[in-house]
Design a protein around this ligand. Structure first.
Ligand code: BES
Ligand code: ZN
Ligand code: ZN
Length: 478
């Protein structure tokens, strides 16, 4: 689905009985000269006063098939994202959808609605052979009518939408299709946008000593890869911002096999990597004025005769030895080597890693927020604030010294899960912290659970949470 931009006057050209129109209306709000009827009276009769979150469909109105009045509170940006999914469901089969900006309506607010509407309209329909089953909106283009075309730049939201759709397509692919190898081919497509892509295969990683990554990846018949994506939009030679993503194309748990119920959602365990790939796509599309490197570790976690077993000890790329107590805590093992790779080869001025790392984070924060853990208060404050503004919200959890003892092993430098119970997400973050330099501002974002849940931007699972947030984070450095 795409969007096209038009001047408000041009709306006359589409005023037909096949056309649906969406109009935003604030409580006791704008009088519109567009509708040559007493709109307030009609809406009052229908019992609709533009209340936030509510909408009203009036069929056969003002020369259109249906006009949808969506209630908003223009003073509050989040209300541009508060409309009910029912709006999407009603418009599902419609080919002609337009959204109109009132003469007095704030452009920033209006474009936030447009972005949210289009993002919620996404459906992954590749494998339905009957159109009836399709999800999401069927309109190919949503026409946007604005009061001043030259003052309304939709390119930034179009870039975000494009990158998010790429990431969702990747997440929704099943693991029999999106093997690490097939994923690499998808990542190479970023080269067309000017991103430099470097791929390390298992032999190259073996030579480097990336053994915690290979300990996971070598259990599968589908070999592991590390993909490095570089966008150089900033000053030549300036150290990059780095993003590192967990790309477990399927997480069975390995020898510590997961229970069957809900295991199908583990195809989303590459969600963090999809966020990084989607983000690189956004940055290259909007030609971000920053140097950014994205690194994703792509593996499958499966049991086999070659798979790691509880009690096995491996030496990480950084040199620290790890006793693998639970093979289902694999995300931290692959990220450990990916984080050290980015530290060693890029000396980044900041690292954010994104991962569907622990079920425990869903217990803490549910579907509403991602957990963040960081060694730098400024970075926490920045990310938190951007989250509140953009709608991809986070919550900071602790990372204190007092948790170090949880990771002490009897046989190696570290164990990959805690000795006792509790603090599962914090312990995972503490593990990752062992693989970044103390001097590097670093933030770990745990998006487990969010990958398979809906939010204001995404109503079908396969949700690459964080692209909007991180795109804004990069902008804040530009
Ligand atoms: N991929 C899972 C985390 C996960 C759980 C993502 C639920 C999405 C939904 C991760 O690899 C994992 O299995 N973590 C274990 C860690 C445990 C063994 C310490 C978990 O959360 O149970
Ligand atoms: Zn796991
Ligand atoms: Zn996992």
């Amino acid at each position: 689905m795409k969007i096209s931009l038009h001047e408000l006057q041009e709306i006359e050209n589409i005023r037909t009985k096949e056309q649906n129109l969406i109009v935003l209306l604030s409580k006791n709000g704008q009088k519109s000269s567009f509708f040559d009827v007493d709109l307030q009276t009609i809406l009052q009769e229908q019992g609709f006063g533009g209340e936030e979150g509510r909408f009203l469909e009036i069929k056969n109105f003002a020369g259109f098939k249906s006009v949808y009045f969506v209630g908003i509170d223009e003073k509050n940006l989040s209300s541009a994202r508060a409309f009910k999914n029912e709006l999407i469901f009603r418009l599902k089969k419609e080919k002609n959808i337009a959204i109109m900006q009132h003469a007095g309506q704030d452009t920033n607010f209006f474009t936030e609605f447009v972005k949210t509407f289009v993002l919620r309209g996404y459906g992954f329909n590749k494998y339905f052979t009957e159109k009836e089953s399709n999800k999401g909106l069927s309109a190919e283009t949503v026409k946007i009518f604005v009061k001043n075309k030259s003052e309304c730049d939709l390119s930034a939201i179009e870039a975000q939408i494009g990158g998010i759709f790429v990431a969702r397509d990747l997440m929704n692919e099943p693991s029999n299709v999106l093997t690490p190898e097939a994923y690499v081919e998808e990542i190479k497509k970023l080269e067309k946008l000017g991103v430099k892509v470097t791929i390390l295969n298992r032999e190259q990683m073996h030579k480097l000593g990336m053994n915690t990554l290979l300990a996971v990846g070598d259990g599968s018949n589908n070999p592991p890869y590390l993909a490095i994506m570089e966008w150089e939009g900033g000053t030549k030679g300036e150290k990059p911002l780095a993003f590192v993503g967990k790309g477990v194309c399927f997480d069975t748990g390995g020898i510590c096999l997961k229970p069957a119920q809900g295991m199908e959602d583990m195809k989303f365990d590459m969600g963090g990597s999809a966020v990084v790939v989607g983000l690189m796509n956004v940055l290259a599309t909007r030609k971000a004025a920053s140097n950014v490197v994205g690194v994703v570790a792509l593996v499958e976690n499966t049991p086999s005769g070659k798979a790691i077993k509880p009690g096995d000890i491996v030496k990480s790329y950084r040199g620290k030895t790890v006793e693998i107590i639970n093979t289902d805590a694999e995300g931290r093992l692959i990220l450990a080597d990916a984080l050290w790779y980015v530290e060693k080869h890029f000396e980044p001025k900041m690292i954010v890693d994104i991962a569907t790392l622990t079920g425990a984070i869903t217990i803490s924060l549910g579907a509403e927020r991602a957990g963040i853990f960081s060694n730098n208060q400024d970075l926490i404050d920045k990310i938190f604030k951007i989250g509140e503004e953009t709608g991809e919200k986070v919550w900071n959890l602790p990372l204190g010294e007092e948790y170090n003892k949880y990771l002490k092993s009897d046989f190696a430098d570290l164990r990959n899960i805690a000795k006792g119970k509790g603090a599962g997400s914090i312990v995972a973050a503490k593990f990752l912290q062992q693989f970044v330099k103390e001097s590097t501002p670093w933030c770990h974002m745990d998006i487990a659970g969010l990958d398979a849940m809906d939010n204001c931007f995404c109503i079908q699972s396969g949700n690459p949470f964080g692209i909007i947030l991180l795109d804004n984070l990069v902008s804040s450095f530009e």
